[in-house]
Design a protein around this ligand. Sequence first.
Ligand code: PAF
Length: 271
Amino acid sequence: MKIFKSKHKLKKEISNIKNISFVPTMGGLHKGHISLIKKSQSFGAKTLVSIFVNPKQFNEKKDFLNYPRNLKKDLKILKYLNTDLVYIPHLKDIFSFKVKNKIFLDKFSKKLCGRSREGHFKGVLNIVNRFLELIKPRYIFLGIKDFQQSYLINKHILKTKIKTKVINCKTIREKNGVACSTRNNNLNLHQYKIASNVIKYLKNKKRMIKKNLYNFRLADIKKDLIKLGVSKIDYIEVYNLKTLKKPKHTREKFRIFIAFYLNKTRLIDNI
Ligand code: PAF
């Protein structure tokens, strides 16, 4: 496993590599990341993992500072997985070059997380665009727990004609149903249990909505979630995955998208 902190050294190393599978992360690696890396390795190209907690995608300084970090553990995991290349840039290294492509922010960025996290997706696209220009990977692996992020990265790639293919990977969950997330590290046991009950509740709700679309009210779902112990609901929406609008027919494929708080910890999921 080769570790790089400088883009120049990284560029030199990868200049002769034809196909790179890229897994961008902010560290705090968990089973979700491990599954992305394994998937990327199954594609046969060299795997490059980046670890960078990107300050530009945090809309609150406190959230950035509280974001769980554990580089030592991350490197142990990456080594165990036989990762080929790891890029751990400093802020200056990754933000100090002029990019070719302007960021394309699709209008879907205004919905869901975009409503409450001002500048978040612009920050995500800024860093991902930089990584893509630097690494020029054949594939980028993204988890659909962050469905909106993955959707917007894909739109940016298509619009700017970048030659990287987005590979969407399924959400990995803990045994109790909670989606793996670095932010779970900030939950205590009680909050973790509430998170698990929220997921069980939403899975059940989805089954019911599938049977009879007309018979649900988001306001009632919100009330139930507060009763379960959720501190605050940022949003809850039911969207058809293709149209990104509320479904009208029970035949349509849809997901329940949610962002909620357990005390200060904000979790997102789609079910
Ligand atoms: O999903 C994440 O961890 C981040 O948003 C990403 C894609 C690594 C960009 O900083």
